[in-house]
Design a protein around this ligand. Structure first.
Ligand SMILES: [Zn+2]
Length: 477
């Protein structure tokens, strides 16, 4: 298999000979891979452009428009601005069941601007950068969809869902609420990483909110008895929550920052704000922890003579695994192979690794595919909500030099090079083949659905953001 991959990496022609059907006819599936191979430079260019746009959540106008234009040019029917979100879109092709969705993200992260070089070098100091590789994420899904469309002859509907603001904006949660995922039989997702492998594990559900305390301003020396400090409210809440840490499940995570604490020490602050995030791998356990955090806020207000209100800013579910879909993605990822660096990319990788804290994953490991794993992820994603409504799986492809953490300048740097786009094309091949398998074999779709029903059990999905509008300005200062 390794040899077959190398053959493909060197030249497409010999690879397609290798997948020819026994009778000498080319396997129709080869058409998928042919489209991807013929257009790999064009797709790499799309990814590089979005990398350069580096637009943050809900402001991805150019990135979203570029992906939509690729899909329109390929013949997809594209609806933009869905779910009241200007940069969200749905592209469709075909009719009937099954309905297979490929998910495309494209938002960047604030402050991570970085040139495509192996040393820290911002392009524009303080500007955003693609530290989570979402320029590759969106482009690979679009590329895979264009390839599948060329191949798809029978019944079935292919959709690309353009999902903005994954980084804290929970775009998918609002799209789910507005019915954008209705009728989807399976959702195939992927994420940039420093390795290749499908994951059948979980992520952490999270809830975040801003707690705003209101007090009474007064001269801190002349009339302190007239004042009630809003900052006291924040500090009292934080003390209580910090004590609470001992009495919640060990796997819970609670973090906060004080976002307003008064302006001058000689004025009793009449306003203070603390921004909390709590996480756990089980939403129902997290609900219980969250109720206690809210109680701590109320208790703090009572004890300090202040008042408090809070606004839930974001909330996403943990991932509901789907082993059938994960195993399908794994199989196709193993066929797609890994990422082999050119001599220049190898030199880039060696220099970049000098800046990494953890290099336990050896250089060269990006050429391999890890076995399917059920890792308990420590991050949170709005893909979790999707997985409670639609059977969903996610694979990782090595777009970053081994050892590169997400949300780092090193990830931005890799994403702007051939290292990033090679990993992107591995993902595109695995996604396209997985979608083709689902269209070819209805029993795969049925098995994924049955597993989904069994795992979900009697827990209904109910977003913790009900009634909230998409926070379209959450990245605006
Ligand atoms: Zn990400």
């Amino acid at each position: 298999m390794r040899e077959k991959w190398r053959t493909w990496a060197v030249g497409a022609l010999s690879f397609f000979a290798a997948v020819a059907a026994p009778g000498g006819e080319k396997d129709p599936r080869a058409r998928l891979l042919e489209v991807l191979d013929q257009r790999r430079e064009a797709f790499a260019q799309v990814a590089r452009e979005i990398w350069g746009f580096a637009e943050v959540g809900y402001q991805e106008e150019k990135s979203s428009a570029l992906l939509q234009s690729q899909l329109k040019a390929a013949g997809f029917d594209v609806r933009s601005g869905v779910a009241g979100i200007p940069t969200a879109f749905v592209a469709s092709w075909g009719e009937g069941r099954p309905v297979v969705a490929l998910l495309a993200e494209f938002d960047a992260l604030p402050g991570l601007s970085q040139a495509a070089v192996p040393e820290r070098k911002p392009v524009v100091e303080g500007a955003p950068g693609h530290g989570c590789g979402h320029h590759l994420l969106g482009t690979a899904s679009v590329a895979a969809a264009i390839a599948v469309k060329e191949w798809l002859a029978g019944p079935g509907t292919l959709r690309v869902l353009g999902t903005p603001a994954e980084e804290g904006g929970a775009g998918k949660v609002y799209m789910l609420r507005e019915g954008v995922f209705d009728g989807v039989d399976a959702a195939l997702a992927w994420h940039p990483a420093d390795h290749n492998g499908a994951n059948n594990g979980t992520t952490l559900a999270n809830i975040s909110a801003k707690f705003r305390f209101h007090g009474v301003a007064a001269h801190a020396a002349a009339a302190p008895d007239q004042g009630r400090s809003a900052l006291d409210g924040v500090e009292a809440m934080d003390v209580m929550v910090n004590m609470m840490r001992e009495h919640v499940p060990e796997s819970a995570r609670i973090h906060y920052v004080i976002t307003a604490g008064g302006k001058a020490p000689n004025v009793v602050p009449d306003f203070a704000e603390v921004y909390y995030v709590a996480r756990h791998a089980d939403m129902t356990i997290l609900d219980g922890i969250w109720d206690r955090i809210v109680s701590a806020a109320r208790g703090a207000a009572l004890g300090t003579g202040t008042t408090v209100d809070h606004e839930v800013v974001s909330a996403v579910y943990n991932m509901l695994p789907n082993e059938h879909l994960a195993a399908l993605e794994q199989k196709n990822l193993e066929q797609a192979g890994g990422v082999v660096y050119s001599p220049e990319e190898q030199a880039f990788a060696e220099r970049l690794r000098a800046s990494l804290a953890d290099t336990s994953a050896p250089l060269g490991s990006q050429e391999k595919v890890r076995p399917l794993e059920a890792a308990a992820g420590k991050a949170s994603t709005d893909l979790g909500d999707v997985s409670w409504r639609v059977p969903t799986a996610e694979l990782s492809a090595a777009t970053w030099v081994p050892g590169t953490p997400a949300h780092s300048w090193q990830a931005v740097a890799c994403g702007g090079t051939g290292i990033g786009t090679k990993g992107m094309m591995v993902a595109a091949r695995a996604l396209a083949s997985s979608a083709a398998d689902l269209f070819s074999d209805p029993s795969l779709v049925a098995a994924a659905r049955a597993e989904f029903e069994a795992r979900r059990g009697s827990h209904p999905y109910a977003s913790r953001l009900a009634g909230r509008k998409p926070p379209l300005d959450y990245r605006k200062d």
